[in-house]
Design a protein around this ligand. Structure first.
Ligand SMILES: Cc1cc2nc3c(=O)[nH]c(=O)nc-3n(C[C@H](O)[C@H](O)[C@H](O)COP(=O)(O)O)c2cc1C
Length: 188
């Protein structure tokens, strides 16, 4: 069991966030969850459920914070966590994190995760990407952030959308150092 921060921002791909929350809760990890305004809106429209409702269904494992709550424990490096995932990550939030800007709880928690040398995984979803987007992502990668675009693989023979989602969530958990086996792995 560990404390994991999950940030949900305004990009398509909220289905990855939903599955990640369900997977971490099922594995009994304590989740510190923050959604941006647009992140929560897209979550609702793509998943047909409120992110707050999902958190309420798992009160033991999911603690929700407002994105303007800079007094939350995860805004401080003294609060120990096992890492953070921003899923999905908008180009805005990637740019802010890459620039060292932390005016919201999501960007502050990401900055804290980086400065404390903990695992930070961002899952951007944008296509195509401009040179500005790519520069920001390269800057994050150089700073030790795992940049994991929402690009599921097809070598596992997915039959439904859920298989593609499971693949991505398994790779996100791999990057966070959390053991889960919810999708086939490549083997010869
Ligand atoms: C329906 C909808 C879908 C969007 N999809 C994306 C997307 O896939 N990737 C992205 O980078 N931005 C996307 N955006 C734009 C961001 O939500 C917008 O830039 C916002 O300012 C991001 O703020 P946040 O990072 O605080 O959530 C989308 C916006 C809306 C309303």
């Amino acid at each position: 069991m560990s404390e994991i921060v999950v940030g949900i921002t305004g990009a398509s791909g909220a289905v990855y966030a939903k599955k990640l929350l369900e997977t971490l809760a099922a594995e009994k990890h304590r989740i510190h969850l923050v959604a941006s305004k647009t992140g929560a809106e897209i979550f609702r429209s793509e998943n047909d459920v409120d992110v707050a409702q999902l958190a309420e269904a798992e009160p033991e494992w999911i603690k929700c914070y407002r994105n303007d709550d800079l007094h939350a424990p995860i805004a401080s490096g003294s609060f120990q966590t096992g890492g953070m995932a921003v899923v999905p990550a908008s180009m805005d939030v990637c740019g802010a994190i890459a620039s060292g800007l932390a005016p919201t709880l999501i960007t502050r928690a990401a900055a804290v995760t980086m400065k404390e040398g903990r695992r930070l995984v961002v899952v951007p979803r944008e296509t195509p990407m401009s040179a500005v987007h790519l520069d920001n992502l390269a800057k994050l990668a150089r700073a030790g952030v795992v940049v994991m675009p929402a690009c599921p693989a097809f070598y596992t023979g997915p039959l439904q959308v859920g298989d593609l989602v499971d693949f991505m969530v398994q790779r996100i958990c791999d990057a966070l150092g959390i053991e889960v086996e919810i999708a086939p792995r490549w083997s010869r």
